[in-house]
Design a protein around this ligand. Sequence first.
Ligand code: SF4
Length: 231
Amino acid sequence: MSSIYAYLEKPSMVDYPKHFAAVFFTSGCNFACGFCHNASLMGKKQTGISWNKLEAACTQFKKEWVNGVVITGGEPTCGADLPKLIDLFKTRFGFAVKLDTNGSNPERLAECLPLVDYVAMDIKCGLSAYSEVTGFPDTGKIQESIALVRAKAKDYEFRTTVIETIHNAEQMEEIRQIVKGSKRYVLQAFIPRDELPEEHYRTIPRTTAARLQELNIQMAGCAEEILLRGA
Ligand code: SF4
């Protein structure tokens, strides 16, 4: 069995810049974000899809003119078979591969960076708040992953989902220091949902376009390119 637990039946136009992409989900995550949109994939490992079924899905996507694959989670670097998965998508089927990561596993990330075409790494908050916001205290690993992505990724983005109760001016200033000098930084809108793990996140309003624009100005100069998404 692979560590892929599920995939979107319909390819996506929005999950991989400039690609028509199939989106595959790995189960299990070593963070515990209260605002997780994939909470069912967080703690427990789900039974993975067989390699044969995965190949059949790829064959079908190929017929539908898919040219890219997004490996997302959960946290994809938690799976020991990540390099094998990337190899299947790239070498066997010729898809460009985008890897989503929370940056918690620089060792596996280093192994995979030469193989993937695009990396999107979450910057959840300033380092001082990581433990509280994500339950993951080892910010040294986050810093290590940031440095690796900058130095080794073929193309990449750092991204923050903007949540009213977390991303105050101090937190954004900390994030600015973390991503300073990067190629691309993305500010994403937060969308509340009833099924979010922590109740108080369910009623926080969706990030407005005005708030993203405000942060766009505040973060100006922190990266070569700043993008706003989902407003
Ligand atoms: S890192 Fe992503 S998948 Fe993991 S708990 Fe946080 S939001 Fe959910």
